[in-house]
Design a protein around this ligand. Structure first.
Ligand SMILES: [Zn+2]
Length: 494
């Protein structure tokens, strides 16, 4: 109703009076046509009575009304259809809905071919796109400490849930791998069909439930489709290889506990329903050191992990989107202190671990002192110092970089020059996230798309490379919403 009022510049009631007046006028002109409520002439009269501009939308030609209505948000159209039968009839024009599908959901598919199947664009809009709009975007599955990344997109006339998997260890620069977990489409006019895409036997019956805002769950109704001919052991091996790029033997030798957990995840992923929670991409600002976003990185023997880099004034955070039995998904794996750049040792001392260690520990001591001073100051003034964003550090000259002797890197192919280094801390913990501790380290910025982190205590190096996928519907509505999301995924993981 509000829409109609906005369009007409008059309330709906007044609009109706006008329409009756127009009808009376035509009757007076000895029009012999039977007057039905859906008189096509009404909307199709072209210009109003001679000598004046059209007063009401109803006097505009229907083609123009189709254009006007087609430019309105699809969600406003149902209330417009309730205004009068003419509006309702015009709103059944499929070009309006084709345009809404394209503009609101990016459906570029030739929607005309739908006609063959008896499905209208209006059905696609209402029963598929609008109905499932809340599941579009990025999600993290709730599978123990492991997390993960699901991207739900409109793809042609389907809504598809793609599971993104890191490339095989240690090739961080390789593109992400992805596989469909479910799809939704209109098989017939009645309603949308959800299909599970898991396993190797093609799509089969599934179910999606939108639990609440920013949370939904999926369920497979035909788990026999996930079975493989080689039996459970063969399935488990295939699953490990395809989804984690690992073999039973590696895991067995490295972490017996992890193998038990992997079995559990495998069983739940195959047989039970999964719940997903929304994640947002980090908001960016011109002051950021580099564009924030998602990165894939090496992570010791745990395989590659997905980490989200975000900027928060003088700090940058690396949050785990995928996790492991030691540090679960959602935890902050690295924190970078942008107020404390590090000067690497001279070229001749770059390989000397004790020299790097000395430099880092000095800064750690300095940070500790500053934190104490700041605390005292805060107590004295009982007010928080405004956190200023770190100043942009554009134009740094690149300097030679090489890992000190004794520091282990999964990937020997790391860049040999870097732009700038900062003091940072990395989170380490025992199995099951026991006694977590932040330990000192070095954040190394190589270029716009790559950074590294030297874990001093572990004598280990992680290399991260940007995930270059243009994710849709993943921007946080506000910085507050993003911070809230970070807090939530962190608390869920523990
Ligand atoms: Zn299934």
């Amino acid at each position: 109703m509000a829409v109609c009022a906005r369009l007409c510049g008059v309330g709906p009631a007044r609009g109706c009076r006008r329409r009756s007046a127009a009808r009376e006028q035509r009757r007076g002109a000895a029009d012999s046509e039977p007057d039905t409520d859906t008189d096509p002439e009404e909307a199709g009269g072209g210009a109003g009575p001679a000598g004046r501009a059209p007063l009401s939308l109803l006097e505009l030609p229907p083609e123009l009304l189709v254009q006007i209505f087609g430019s309105l948000p699809g969600t406003d159209l149902p209330s417009l259809a309730r205004v009068c039968t003419t509006f309702r009839r015009i709103l059944s024009t499929d070009t309006i809905w084709r345009r809404r599908c394209r503009e609101e959901y990016g459906v570029c598919e030739n929607l005309r071919k739908l006609e063959i199947t008896g499905v209208s664009c209006r059905d696609v809009y209402a029963k598929l796109l609008h109905r499932y709009r809340h599941i579009l975007g990025l999600w993290q599955p709730d599978i123990g400490p492991y997390g993960g990344l699901l991207n739900v997109v409109v793809d042609g006339l389907f809504i598809i849930g793609w599971m993104y998997l890191p490339p095989h260890d240690p090739h961080v620069d390789d593109p992400m791998r992805f596989k469909p977990l479910f799809r939704i489409h209109l098989m017939e006019r009645k309603c949308a069909t959800v299909e599970c895409m898991y396993g190797h036997k093609g799509p089969h019956n599934g179910h999606i439930q939108i639990v609440k805002k920013d949370e939904f769950s999926t369920k497979c109704n035909q788990t026999d489709h996930h079975r493989m001919s080689g039996g459970r052991q063969e399935e488990f091996r295939t699953w490990l290889r395809e989804e984690w790029g690992r073999t039973l033997e590696d895991i067995f030798h490295e972490h017996m506990q992890e193998l038990i957990l992997m079995k559990f995840i495998y069983t739940s992923q195959y047989d039970n329903c999964l719940t997903y929670r929304r994640i947002y991409l980090p908001p960016s600002s011109p002051e950021d050191l580099i564009q924030p976003g998602l990165f894939k990185g090496t992570y010791g023997s745990h395989g590659l992990e997905i980490v989200m880099l975000s900027f928060h004034g003088k700090k940058a955070k690396g949050t785990k989107i995928t996790g492991d039995p030691n540090i679960p998904a959602g935890q902050q794996t690295v924190e970078i202190d942008l107020a404390h750049p590090l000067q690497l040792p001279d070229i001749e001392n770059l390989r000397d671990f004790s020299e790097l260690s000395r430099i880092v520990l000095e800064v750690q001591e300095q940070v500790r002192r500053e934190e104490q001073e700041q605390q005292q100051e805060e107590e004295e003034h009982s007010q928080q110092a405004a956190s200023q964003p770190a100043s942009p550090l554009g134009g740094e000259a690149s300097q030679p970089f090489v890992l000190p002797m004794g520091v282990i890197s999964r990937n020997e192919d790391y860049p040999r020059t870097c732009r700038i280094c900062f003091y940072g801390t990395g989170l380490i913990a025992g199995h099951g996230f026991t006694s977590p501790e932040r330990t000192p380290g070095v954040f190394v910025l190589f270029d716009d798309d790559r950074f590294g982190f030297i874990w001093l205590e572990l004598k280990s190096f992680s290399l991260y490379s940007r995930i270059k996928v243009p994710f849709q519907n993943a921007q946080a509505p506000s910085r507050e919403a993003f911070d809230e999301m970070l807090k939530n995924i962190q608390s869920l993981a523990t």
